[in-house]
Design a protein around this ligand. Structure first.
Ligand code: FES
Ligand code: FE2
Length: 345
Protein backbone atom coordinates (compact mmCIF):
# COMPACT_ATOMS: atom_id res chain seq x y z
CA UNK A 1 0.00 0.00 0.00
CA UNK A 2 1.31 3.46 -0.83
CA UNK A 3 1.77 5.54 2.31
CA UNK A 4 0.39 9.06 2.66
CA UNK A 5 2.20 12.07 4.09
CA UNK A 6 1.15 13.97 7.16
CA UNK A 7 -1.46 16.62 6.29
CA UNK A 8 -0.12 20.04 5.32
CA UNK A 9 -1.87 21.54 8.35
CA UNK A 10 0.62 19.75 10.62
CA UNK A 11 3.36 21.95 9.17
CA UNK A 12 1.67 25.27 9.92
CA UNK A 13 -0.64 24.73 12.90
CA UNK A 14 0.43 26.30 16.24
CA UNK A 15 -1.57 23.64 18.11
CA UNK A 16 0.45 20.84 16.49
CA UNK A 17 3.69 22.74 17.19
CA UNK A 18 2.73 23.04 20.87
CA UNK A 19 1.88 19.32 21.02
CA UNK A 20 5.23 18.44 19.43
CA UNK A 21 7.09 20.60 21.93
CA UNK A 22 5.31 18.83 24.79
CA UNK A 23 5.13 15.26 23.49
CA UNK A 24 8.20 14.97 21.24
CA UNK A 25 10.89 17.44 22.34
CA UNK A 26 9.68 17.50 25.97
CA UNK A 27 9.98 13.73 26.19
CA UNK A 28 13.07 12.74 24.17
CA UNK A 29 16.80 12.92 24.79
CA UNK A 30 18.06 15.87 22.73
CA UNK A 31 21.67 16.24 21.69
CA UNK A 32 23.06 19.71 22.43
CA UNK A 33 26.49 19.15 20.88
CA UNK A 34 29.83 17.85 22.08
CA UNK A 35 31.27 17.85 25.60
CA UNK A 36 34.72 19.35 24.85
CA UNK A 37 34.01 22.39 27.04
CA UNK A 38 33.10 20.33 30.14
CA UNK A 39 36.32 19.14 31.73
CA UNK A 40 36.75 20.65 35.23
CA UNK A 41 34.38 21.57 38.08
CA UNK A 42 32.58 24.79 37.19
CA UNK A 43 32.84 24.34 33.41
CA UNK A 44 29.43 24.95 31.88
CA UNK A 45 27.49 25.07 28.61
CA UNK A 46 24.26 27.06 28.30
CA UNK A 47 21.95 26.93 25.33
CA UNK A 48 18.40 27.27 24.09
CA UNK A 49 16.75 23.99 23.11
CA UNK A 50 13.26 24.37 21.64
CA UNK A 51 12.68 27.32 23.96
CA UNK A 52 14.06 25.65 27.08
CA UNK A 53 16.99 27.56 28.56
CA UNK A 54 19.31 24.75 29.54
CA UNK A 55 22.50 24.90 31.60
CA UNK A 56 24.87 21.93 31.99
CA UNK A 57 27.68 22.29 34.51
CA UNK A 58 30.37 20.06 36.03
CA UNK A 59 29.80 20.02 39.80
CA UNK A 60 32.43 19.87 42.55
CA UNK A 61 32.53 16.06 42.33
CA UNK A 62 33.13 16.10 38.60
CA UNK A 63 29.58 14.99 37.75
CA UNK A 64 27.39 16.64 35.15
CA UNK A 65 24.41 18.59 36.45
CA UNK A 66 21.61 19.94 34.30
CA UNK A 67 19.52 22.94 35.34
CA UNK A 68 17.02 25.25 33.74
CA UNK A 69 18.98 28.47 33.31
CA UNK A 70 16.07 30.34 34.87
CA UNK A 71 16.33 31.99 38.27
CA UNK A 72 13.62 31.14 40.79
CA UNK A 73 13.29 34.84 41.72
CA UNK A 74 12.01 36.43 38.51
CA UNK A 75 13.28 34.16 35.74
CA UNK A 76 16.60 35.86 35.07
CA UNK A 77 19.49 33.94 33.47
CA UNK A 78 22.30 32.51 35.60
CA UNK A 79 24.77 32.56 32.73
CA UNK A 80 24.73 33.89 29.18
CA UNK A 81 24.39 31.37 26.32
CA UNK A 82 27.70 29.76 25.43
CA UNK A 83 30.36 28.05 27.48
CA UNK A 84 32.56 29.17 30.35
CA UNK A 85 33.56 28.41 33.89
CA UNK A 86 32.03 29.58 37.19
CA UNK A 87 32.54 28.83 40.89
CA UNK A 88 28.88 29.44 41.61
CA UNK A 89 25.86 30.46 39.59
CA UNK A 90 24.99 34.08 40.30
CA UNK A 91 21.88 35.41 38.61
CA UNK A 92 22.62 38.22 36.20
CA UNK A 93 19.47 40.12 37.17
CA UNK A 94 19.50 40.69 40.97
CA UNK A 95 22.37 38.49 42.09
CA UNK A 96 20.81 35.48 43.79
CA UNK A 97 23.56 32.88 44.16
CA UNK A 98 23.20 29.15 43.55
CA UNK A 99 25.69 26.32 44.01
CA UNK A 100 26.77 24.26 41.01
CA UNK A 101 24.30 21.65 42.31
CA UNK A 102 21.47 24.17 41.80
CA UNK A 103 20.78 24.83 45.51
CA UNK A 104 20.00 28.45 46.37
CA UNK A 105 22.73 29.72 48.71
CA UNK A 106 21.78 33.37 49.14
CA UNK A 107 19.19 35.89 48.00
CA UNK A 108 21.21 39.10 47.88
CA UNK A 109 19.77 42.03 49.90
CA UNK A 110 16.29 40.52 49.72
CA UNK A 111 15.16 42.02 52.99
CA UNK A 112 13.03 39.16 54.32
CA UNK A 113 12.95 38.43 58.04
CA UNK A 114 15.05 35.52 59.27
CA UNK A 115 13.60 32.19 58.13
CA UNK A 116 10.87 33.88 56.07
CA UNK A 117 12.37 32.90 52.70
CA UNK A 118 12.79 29.12 52.34
CA UNK A 119 16.02 28.81 50.34
CA UNK A 120 15.70 25.00 50.20
CA UNK A 121 12.46 25.31 48.26
CA UNK A 122 14.00 27.56 45.62
CA UNK A 123 16.65 25.39 43.97
CA UNK A 124 17.03 25.64 40.21
CA UNK A 125 14.67 23.28 38.40
CA UNK A 126 16.68 20.27 37.19
CA UNK A 127 17.15 19.01 33.64
CA UNK A 128 18.34 15.47 33.03
CA UNK A 129 21.73 15.29 31.36
CA UNK A 130 23.92 12.44 30.14
CA UNK A 131 27.11 12.24 28.18
CA UNK A 132 27.65 9.53 25.57
CA UNK A 133 30.77 9.14 23.47
CA UNK A 134 31.63 12.86 23.51
CA UNK A 135 28.03 13.95 22.86
CA UNK A 136 25.90 15.78 25.41
CA UNK A 137 22.22 14.97 25.69
CA UNK A 138 19.57 16.68 27.80
CA UNK A 139 16.01 15.67 28.55
CA UNK A 140 13.50 18.05 30.12
CA UNK A 141 11.37 14.93 30.73
CA UNK A 142 8.04 16.74 31.00
CA UNK A 143 6.19 13.44 31.37
CA UNK A 144 8.62 11.95 33.90
CA UNK A 145 8.91 8.73 31.91
CA UNK A 146 12.16 9.05 29.94
CA UNK A 147 14.41 5.96 30.10
CA UNK A 148 18.18 6.33 30.64
CA UNK A 149 19.93 7.61 27.51
CA UNK A 150 21.60 4.32 26.56
CA UNK A 151 18.29 2.47 26.74
CA UNK A 152 16.75 5.11 24.53
CA UNK A 153 19.58 4.96 21.99
CA UNK A 154 19.41 1.16 21.81
CA UNK A 155 20.87 -0.22 18.59
CA UNK A 156 21.73 3.29 17.39
CA UNK A 157 24.73 3.15 19.75
CA UNK A 158 25.92 -0.04 18.03
CA UNK A 159 25.72 1.64 14.63
CA UNK A 160 28.24 4.27 15.82
CA UNK A 161 30.85 1.73 16.84
CA UNK A 162 34.20 1.79 15.09
CA UNK A 163 34.38 5.58 14.83
CA UNK A 164 36.74 7.43 17.23
CA UNK A 165 34.26 10.12 18.30
CA UNK A 166 35.94 10.69 21.69
CA UNK A 167 39.38 11.44 20.27
CA UNK A 168 38.14 14.23 17.99
CA UNK A 169 38.14 17.93 18.82
CA UNK A 170 35.40 20.41 18.03
CA UNK A 171 36.63 22.64 15.22
CA UNK A 172 33.55 24.63 14.14
CA UNK A 173 29.98 25.34 15.22
CA UNK A 174 27.50 26.85 12.77
CA UNK A 175 23.85 27.83 12.93
CA UNK A 176 21.40 28.36 10.07
CA UNK A 177 17.94 29.89 10.52
CA UNK A 178 15.38 28.19 8.27
CA UNK A 179 11.99 29.54 7.20
CA UNK A 180 10.34 26.13 7.36
CA UNK A 181 8.80 23.75 9.84
CA UNK A 182 11.33 21.38 11.44
CA UNK A 183 9.53 18.41 9.85
CA UNK A 184 9.92 19.91 6.37
CA UNK A 185 13.66 19.75 6.90
CA UNK A 186 13.48 16.27 8.48
CA UNK A 187 11.40 14.94 5.57
CA UNK A 188 14.01 16.20 3.14
CA UNK A 189 16.80 14.65 5.18
CA UNK A 190 15.08 11.27 5.04
CA UNK A 191 15.30 10.62 1.32
CA UNK A 192 17.87 10.63 -1.47
CA UNK A 193 15.10 10.91 -4.08
CA UNK A 194 15.79 14.65 -4.44
CA UNK A 195 19.57 14.34 -4.90
CA UNK A 196 19.69 14.40 -8.74
CA UNK A 197 17.59 17.59 -8.91
CA UNK A 198 18.61 19.52 -5.80
CA UNK A 199 22.29 18.58 -5.41
CA UNK A 200 23.94 18.49 -8.86
CA UNK A 201 27.43 18.55 -7.33
CA UNK A 202 26.76 15.68 -4.93
CA UNK A 203 24.99 13.79 -7.69
CA UNK A 204 28.22 13.72 -9.71
CA UNK A 205 29.96 12.00 -6.79
CA UNK A 206 27.41 9.41 -5.72
CA UNK A 207 25.29 6.88 -7.56
CA UNK A 208 21.87 8.21 -6.60
CA UNK A 209 20.13 5.20 -8.18
CA UNK A 210 21.75 3.03 -5.52
CA UNK A 211 20.99 5.44 -2.66
CA UNK A 212 19.51 3.34 0.15
CA UNK A 213 17.83 4.44 3.35
CA UNK A 214 17.35 1.79 6.04
CA UNK A 215 14.98 2.25 8.97
CA UNK A 216 15.33 0.75 12.46
CA UNK A 217 11.72 0.85 13.59
CA UNK A 218 12.33 -0.38 17.17
CA UNK A 219 14.78 2.34 18.16
CA UNK A 220 13.68 4.90 15.60
CA UNK A 221 16.87 5.59 13.71
CA UNK A 222 17.83 5.65 10.05
CA UNK A 223 20.96 4.87 8.05
CA UNK A 224 21.81 6.31 4.62
CA UNK A 225 24.08 4.52 2.16
CA UNK A 226 25.17 6.19 -1.05
CA UNK A 227 27.85 4.39 -3.06
CA UNK A 228 30.42 6.56 -4.85
CA UNK A 229 30.15 6.57 -8.66
CA UNK A 230 33.82 5.78 -9.09
CA UNK A 231 33.55 2.68 -6.91
CA UNK A 232 35.65 4.23 -4.12
CA UNK A 233 34.86 2.82 -0.70
CA UNK A 234 32.79 5.28 1.31
CA UNK A 235 34.36 5.18 4.74
CA UNK A 236 31.70 7.36 6.31
CA UNK A 237 28.45 6.49 7.97
CA UNK A 238 25.41 8.74 7.82
CA UNK A 239 22.97 8.17 10.64
CA UNK A 240 19.85 9.90 11.93
CA UNK A 241 18.00 9.43 15.18
CA UNK A 242 14.55 10.47 16.32
CA UNK A 243 13.58 13.19 16.74
CA UNK A 244 16.19 15.58 15.36
CA UNK A 245 19.78 14.31 15.40
CA UNK A 246 21.91 13.49 12.36
CA UNK A 247 25.44 12.16 12.78
CA UNK A 248 27.88 11.97 9.93
CA UNK A 249 30.80 9.84 11.07
CA UNK A 250 34.16 9.45 9.32
CA UNK A 251 37.43 7.78 10.33
CA UNK A 252 38.92 11.11 11.47
CA UNK A 253 36.01 13.57 11.61
CA UNK A 254 32.35 13.92 12.45
CA UNK A 255 29.47 16.33 12.00
CA UNK A 256 26.71 16.55 14.59
CA UNK A 257 23.57 18.08 13.12
CA UNK A 258 20.33 18.91 14.87
CA UNK A 259 17.29 20.96 13.90
CA UNK A 260 15.02 22.53 16.44
CA UNK A 261 11.59 24.08 15.99
CA UNK A 262 11.23 27.79 16.75
CA UNK A 263 7.62 28.23 15.66
CA UNK A 264 5.43 26.43 13.09
CA UNK A 265 7.09 28.13 10.12
CA UNK A 266 10.66 28.37 11.39
CA UNK A 267 13.39 26.14 12.73
CA UNK A 268 17.08 26.35 13.45
CA UNK A 269 19.74 24.06 12.07
CA UNK A 270 22.87 23.57 14.15
CA UNK A 271 26.11 21.93 13.11
CA UNK A 272 29.05 20.93 15.27
CA UNK A 273 32.10 19.76 13.33
CA UNK A 274 34.87 17.81 15.03
CA UNK A 275 38.09 16.42 13.61
CA UNK A 276 41.22 14.57 14.61
CA UNK A 277 43.84 16.86 16.15
CA UNK A 278 46.04 18.40 13.50
CA UNK A 279 43.52 18.70 10.66
CA UNK A 280 44.87 21.21 8.16
CA UNK A 281 43.12 24.54 7.65
CA UNK A 282 42.70 23.83 3.94
CA UNK A 283 41.15 20.45 4.60
CA UNK A 284 38.75 21.93 7.16
CA UNK A 285 37.83 24.79 4.82
CA UNK A 286 37.08 22.28 2.05
CA UNK A 287 34.83 20.20 4.34
CA UNK A 288 32.93 23.30 5.47
CA UNK A 289 32.55 24.55 1.90
CA UNK A 290 31.05 21.29 0.59
CA UNK A 291 28.79 20.96 3.64
CA UNK A 292 27.72 24.61 3.27
CA UNK A 293 26.84 24.16 -0.41
CA UNK A 294 24.69 21.10 0.24
CA UNK A 295 23.01 22.79 3.20
CA UNK A 296 22.22 25.88 1.11
CA UNK A 297 20.64 23.67 -1.56
CA UNK A 298 18.53 21.85 1.04
CA UNK A 299 17.52 25.07 2.79
CA UNK A 300 16.34 26.66 -0.47
CA UNK A 301 14.16 23.69 -1.44
CA UNK A 302 12.78 23.22 2.10
CA UNK A 303 11.78 26.87 2.36
CA UNK A 304 10.04 26.61 -1.03
CA UNK A 305 8.26 23.42 0.09
CA UNK A 306 7.12 25.20 3.26
CA UNK A 307 5.53 27.92 1.11
CA UNK A 308 3.79 25.15 -0.84
CA UNK A 309 2.54 23.49 2.33
CA UNK A 310 1.24 26.82 3.63
CA UNK A 311 -0.38 27.81 0.33
CA UNK A 312 -3.67 26.04 0.87
CA UNK A 313 -3.30 24.24 -2.47
CA UNK A 314 -1.94 21.00 -0.98
CA UNK A 315 -3.33 18.70 1.66
CA UNK A 316 -1.90 15.16 1.69
CA UNK A 317 0.70 13.65 -0.65
CA UNK A 318 1.95 10.13 -1.41
CA UNK A 319 5.31 8.59 -0.58
CA UNK A 320 7.53 6.58 -2.91
CA UNK A 321 7.89 2.94 -1.82
CA UNK A 322 11.33 2.93 -3.46
CA UNK A 323 12.74 6.11 -1.92
CA UNK A 324 10.59 7.50 0.88
CA UNK A 325 10.20 4.67 3.38
CA UNK A 326 12.05 6.66 6.02
CA UNK A 327 9.75 9.66 5.47
CA UNK A 328 6.78 7.35 6.03
CA UNK A 329 8.39 6.01 9.23
CA UNK A 330 9.15 9.52 10.46
CA UNK A 331 5.54 10.55 9.87
CA UNK A 332 4.32 7.49 11.81
CA UNK A 333 6.55 8.42 14.74
CA UNK A 334 5.39 12.05 14.73
CA UNK A 335 1.76 10.95 14.53
CA UNK A 336 2.18 8.40 17.29
CA UNK A 337 3.79 10.98 19.59
CA UNK A 338 1.25 13.73 18.96
CA UNK A 339 -1.95 11.79 18.39
CA UNK A 340 -1.56 8.13 19.45
CA UNK A 341 -5.23 7.33 18.80
CA UNK A 342 -5.07 8.31 15.12
CA UNK A 343 -1.69 6.59 14.67
CA UNK A 344 -3.25 3.21 15.43
CA UNK A 345 -5.92 3.55 12.78
S1 FES B 1 15.72 37.11 38.64
FE1 FES B 1 17.43 36.17 39.51
S2 FES B 1 17.93 37.37 41.18
FE2 FES B 1 16.18 38.29 40.37
FE1 FE2 C 1 19.48 17.14 0.42
Amino acid sequence: MIASTLPASWYVDPGIAAAERRDVFGREWLCIGRDDALRRPGDYVATDVCGWQVLVVVDGDGRLRGHHNVCRHRAGPLVAAGCGSARSLVCRYHGWAYGLDGALRSARDFGAADGELDLDALSLHPVRVERWRSLLFVNVDLHGDAPPLLDALGTFADACQGFPMESLQTVAELEHPLACNWKTYADNYHEGYHVPLVHPGLNKEIDARRYEVTVDEAHRWVRHDAPARDGAVNEGRWLWRWPNLALNLYPSAMNVERYEPLDPGRCRLRYTYAAAPGIGEDELAAVLRVSGEITAEDVAICEAVQRGLASGAYDVGVLSPRHEGAVAAFHRWVRFAVDPASARL
